[in-house]
Write a protein that binds this ligand. Structure first.
Ligand code: UTP
Length: 285
């Protein structure tokens, strides 16, 4: 299955860090966020990844390209292991890229993949969000789509007081973790929310989404929203939502990015030994 990673946004909330370094290249521990996303797709058996990048995000393409001089030096010094994780990934997936020349929103970014993706269902994984623990989202979406057909959107349960930050799914639960989606409500007030299930950065989409995106007008914020096209997709083809098992980490803002780093550090034996006493000293407890 082909996959697409939108990674062309301005990353305003991560400025000034994201001014010259794409936010998708910021690290969680020593690995850039986007590498975790590609890893997730590779682990789900996908070997074709299309990066949607902007003109000034060449660093993302370079990360998945060969770096002759660096590799030669590392080989000479017996230090090739430092790039082993990305080397191994590049053996498993072919990474392509396409430019989103103007940042006209997530829907517009997805539309840039139309020619590459063609007429097959594809996975769309946001480049600024990673997952840990449980079945990886891409794997879960592929399994769900085999069972349910149509399109499948990854969902996350969110506390009622936070529904206003997300696109919230409406529909009927088919089982405890699967919803037949009838529509989406963007950033609802808590008492108007149709559920507590938020769209969670991973989608398996039918190619019917492309003509719908072409036909989607920019919303109030001037951006072409993927959610608007998804809303219309629900009226044409089956769309299901599955509650993702893994924990979501959005690194698009400094607090969540730091939190994610701490969570990953806590899982690494060596880092844990260094960080735990410091965390106790700084934060108490
Ligand atoms: P976000 O809205 O979280 O990213 O989009 P952003 O626009 O970069 O962030 P802020 O609001 O300015 O801080 C989710 C994903 O969609 C991509 C982003 O790169 C991110 O991975 N995106 C967003 C695009 O590829 N193109 C766009 O026009 C907008």
């Amino acid at each position: 299955m082909k996959t697409l990673i939108p990674a062309a946004g301005f990353g305003t909330r991560m400025l000034p860090a994201a001014k010259a370094v794409p936010k998708e290249m910021l690290p969680v521990l020593n690995v850039p966020v986007i590498q975790y996303v590609v890893q997730e797709l590779a682990d789900a058996g996908c070997d074709d990844v299309l990066l949607v990048v902007s003109d000034d995000k060449k660093a993302i393409e370079d990360h998945f390209d060969r770096r002759g001089e660096l590799e030669r030096r590392l080989d000479e010094k017996g230090k090739r292991a430092f790039v082993a994780s990305v080397d191994a990934l590049m053996e498993r997936v072919q990474v392509f890229s396409v430019r989103q020349r103007e940042q006209l929103g997530l829907g517009h970014a997805v539309l840039q993949g139309k020619r590459h993706v063609g007429e097959e269902p594809f996975i769309c994984a946001l480049g600024d969000t990673i997952f840990s623990g449980g079945t990886a989202p891409a794997t879960q979406l592929i399994e769900a789509q085999k069972r349910l057909g149509g399109s499948v959107v990854g969902l996350e349960r969110v506390p009622t007081d936070r529904v206003g930050r997300y696109g919230i799914a409406a529909g009927e639960m088919v089982d405890h973790a699967t919803m037949r989606v009838s529509g989406f409500v963007e950033k609802p007030a808590p008492d108007a929310a149709p559920s507590d299930l938020a769209i969670a950065a991973r989608y398996l989409l039918s190619p019917t989404i492309f003509p719908l995106l072409e036909d989607t007008k920019p919303g109030a914020d001037g951006e072409i929203q993927l959610t608007d096209a998804l809303q219309r997709l629900c009226n044409i083809e089956p769309v299901h939502g599955v509650v993702l098992e893994a924990q979501r980490h959005d690194i698009g803002n400094p607090t969540d990015w730091l939190e994610t780093n701490l969570i990953y550090a806590a899982r690494d034996q060596q880092m844990r030994e260094r960080i735990a006493p410091l965390a106790r000293e700084l934060f108490g407890g």
